[in-house]
Design a protein around this ligand. Sequence first.
Ligand code: EPZ
Length: 432
Amino acid sequence: MEKFVVTGGKPLFGEVNISGAKNAAVAIIPAVILCDEPCTIENIPNISDVTLISRILQQMGAKVRRINKSTLYIDPTHISSSSATTDLVRGMRASYYLLGALLGKYGKAKVALPGGCNFGVRPIDQHLKGFEALGAETRLVDGAIIEVECDEEEGLVGTHIYLDVVSVGATMNIMLAASRAKGLTVIENAAKEPHIVDLANFLNSMGADVRGAGTDVIKIRGVSCMHGVTYSIIPDQIEAGTYMCAAAATRGCITINNITPKHLESISAKFREMGVKITEYDEAIIFDATKKPLKRVNIKTMPHPGFPTDCQPQFTALLMSVPGTSIVNENVWDNRYQYISELIRMGAHISVEGRLAIIEGGTPLTAAPVRATDLRAGAAMIVAALEIKGTTEITDIQYIERGYEDVVEKFKALGADIKKVYFNESSEELRA
Ligand code: EPZ
């Protein structure tokens, strides 16, 4: 077993390079299935979710080779089946993108239903509604496998789809299937996240015809073939937001490189409201939280361009250190506050009332053993641990490593006292 041991209380200073966006990578890698030739994908984050989705493609017959730390070569031409039902598939939420990609390419797909998640039910009804509107039949088999299939002669046929909720996954999945359907598909009330635009750009670079990504109406005219490309994934705005939270929590000053500042607008606006000085360059920012005492703020998570839910736990952890009452309103997920009981173990004064978390910041905090209850919750534990003068141990770090590349090395380079320790659960004996 592994855990992070963090001794906090020191401001972060220095530079950090942001990796490619996880939530773009986990859609773009399966999107290669749609292509009739091999593709090379650059700026891929070296995280366990990417390893997992790559292995799933390999199980299906694709050749996937890591050319270097951030570049994957994927040859989908040997995929022999439209079925993906192994435990690996079940273990990964984003494996639902296999449905759209396989349906688009082969007119059918059989994919294991992704398991539950630590922040509650995550329905995919809008994905299925989209596939059905395109002419596919959908079936849940034994409560564990989803089958989608269109008429062999008819194929998928473009149509109008209005999403009842703004869903990142449904928008991308429908884009994947529709990109090889006959005629025009229009998705209304589409999600607008930067990774939606990135997927559209990737599909277009292979010869697809996707317009309007980044607005709430996306038009996709299906094409009959797609050619191989070399494509570079956008930087991860949530990873950048996490380092911003950590720098603010320790009242430090850091330079964040390899980012698109525009993707961070809603996060930067909140930090400016708190009193942080942010200087923007083309692909970097200087984030300076040393100048003034930070002010309390309220946040409400919203689909893009609102404040991202994936930065909510890290921001809440930061707000523990800011005197006054701050209110967080989680407006995307029903139940994304499980991690708060871990922050309370550290002495946080936070109460949860439905979608609201009310934080009485600036109270004394103490180190305590805590768990990463999911990926962003784990990132929040690091932010909290960096605030506290004592030594915090964080377990279940496999969640953190699903989405953060070289997290220990990157924080160390900013002056943090953080290390990964291997331990035997029964004896707690440390090896390194
Ligand atoms: C993506 O999940 C991200 N995951 C999540 O990031 C992120 O929190 C979320 O978008 C919102 O930004 C990936 O990209 C792999 P949604 P997704 O469909 O697509 C409801 C992280 O930490 N809904 O936009 O699954 C749903 O319940 C992860 O990196 C339906 O009701 O999210 C939620 O309330 C965690 N029916 C809301 O919509 C559906 O069919 C938004 O979900 C689909 C969603």
